[in-house]
Each structure stands twice: as structure tokens, then as C-alpha cells.
Design a protein around this ligand. Structure first.
Ligand SMILES: [Zn+2]
Length: 248
């Protein structure tokens, strides 16, 4: 029979030790809500009271936290219950299409998001079809949290990428031609000439008929999606007239 992590013998040992250590350290009140803790009544389904002591993972298992003494702490039943229900709430879906020419900093910006990054330049993709198949799966993931890097010089290319992935946000990252070229030269890679041509091609095709917004910053996007404050309803395309002018 499968056992939950909190039911393992190791974790039970940690719970006992943490309770003992917390009492020795004089932790008499809940560190979160400061209510007086009851160490003596054992928590069972019928004895539930908000002030009973429970031992909690500091970093939740879902976030990669381990069953270790260092990752444990005491907490009152009420705070532990609230914390668990908060953790179970699904995170808002965020699928960002980030477009721009070579040298615009898409990859750096995407990696700074902490989201899953889909980058066509990543060598593990076996061609465009493989990449497209992977990103099209995002459209079927209600809990999707990803940023997809696309060239997206044209309105139609951006709309197609957004449709394919069921994107919640589409942004553009760009810079003046000279700056893009300088950045590419500064990388000192062997593909400098090709990348420089890529800048020219991109700028030649470029249109902004869809009024796609400039990439703001991640905190702004989290705000528009309500990430972190318990709001599970993302505001689709929080900024920019693209939301109303295109029926994605
Ligand atoms: Zn508490």
C-alpha cells in the first residue's frame, strides 16, 4: 500500500523530535498567528482544535522540500490547515509567447521567469515540427506555466503561436537595429553573420498591426495573472489591445 510522505516512519520520527526541540526552545506560540500552542493534546480527527501543535514542512514537498528535521517546524493546526488549502489551490495558467529578433534578450528574459522555457534554439528539439508538437500540448494544460520563445516578426505569426499554445500573454522584446547587431557581435559566437542577417530579415518582416505590447517585466505579468495572491482566474492578455482585437 502506498503511504503518504507524512505517514512515513522517518517523518513521524522528525515530528516527535521537532515537537520536543520546539518545547525545549521555548516556542510557546504559533510562529505564524502567535496563538498559544497546546503541546499536550494529541491531534486526532475528533480532538481537532486550532491551537494543537502540528509539524509542518517549511518548504512543501510539492515544491521540492524534503522530509528532514531542518525542513520542519511547529505550527498551530489552524495555520497548517490554511497553508495546506492554499497549496492545493491550482496556480493560475500562464503561457507567455515572447517574440523578438535575435539579440533582443528573449532567452535571458524567459529564464528569469522561473517558468518552463520552450526555446526553439534549444538543441534537443529535432526540428520545427517537434517543437510545435511540444508547445501545442500547452493548450491542453489548464495548469500550464510556461514561456515560449518565438521569432514572431509578424502579427500573423504571433497570432498563430498564441492559438497553437492557448497563450494567456503575448509580448514583444525588441531594440534598435544597431543595438541588436552590437549585442550579437558581443556574444562572439561562430554564427554572428547568420544572426546579423536574422536581425535584418526580422526587421524587414516586422509589423505591429496587432498592437502587441512590449514585454513589461515578470512582476507585472504576475500581477495581471493574479499569481501568488490566490486568484485563480488569469486576466487573459492583461495589457494591450491585442486581447480585444484578436479572437484567440
Ligand atoms: Zn497559527
Amino acid at each position: 500500500m502506498a503511504t503518504s510522505r507524512t505517514g512515513t516512519a522517518k517523518w513521524k520520527g522528525i515530528v516527535r523530535r521537532r515537537r520536543k526541540v520546539a518545547q525545549e526552545e521555548g516556542i510557546t506560540h504559533c510562529p505564524d498567528c502567535e496563538r498559544l500552542l497546546d503541546y499536550d493534546t494529541k491531534r486526532t480527527p475528533s480532538t481537532y482544535r486550532p491551537d494543537l501543535v502540528e509539524v509542518d514542512h517549511i518548504v512543501p514537498a510539492e515544491d521540492g522540500g524534503h522530509d528532514t528535521f531542518e525542513n520542519s517546524r511547529v505550527l498551530c493546526s489552524d495555520c497548517n490547515k490554511k497553508r495546506r488549502s492554499r497549496e492545493r489551490r491550482p496556480a493560475p495558467r500562464v503561457v507567455v509567447i515572447l517574440c523578438g529578433p535575435p539579440g533582443s534578450g528573449k532567452t535571458t528574459a524567459a529564464r528569469a521567469s522561473g517558468l518552463e522555457v520552450y526555446d526553439r534554439d534549444d538543441p534537443h528539439w529535432q526540428g520545427e515540427a517537434h517543437f510545435r508538437a511540444a508547445i501545442s500540448q500547452l493548450a491542453h494544460r489548464p495548469d500550464g506555466q510556461a514561456v515560449v520563445i518565438r521569432s514572431g516578426a509578424t502579427s500573423s505569426a504571433r497570432a498563430a503561436a498564441a492559438r497553437l499554445t492557448g497563450a494567456t500573454h503575448v509580448y514583444l522584446l525588441t531594440a534598435p537595429r544597431d543595438e541588436l547587431r552590437a549585442r550579437i557581435a558581443g556574444r562572439g559566437r561562430h554564427d554572428t553573420a547568420g544572426a546579423t542577417r536574422g536581425v535584418d530579415t526580422w526587421l524587414k518582416q516586422y509589423d505591429r498591426d496587432d498592437a502587441v505590447p512590449d514585454f513589461p517585466d515578470w512582476p507585472t505579468i504576475w500581477q495581471t495573472t493574479g499569481n501568488g495572491n490566490g486568484n485563480t482566474q488569469p486576466t487573459v492578455l492583461g495589457a494591450g489591445p491585442i486581447a480585444t482585437s484578436r479572437a484567440w
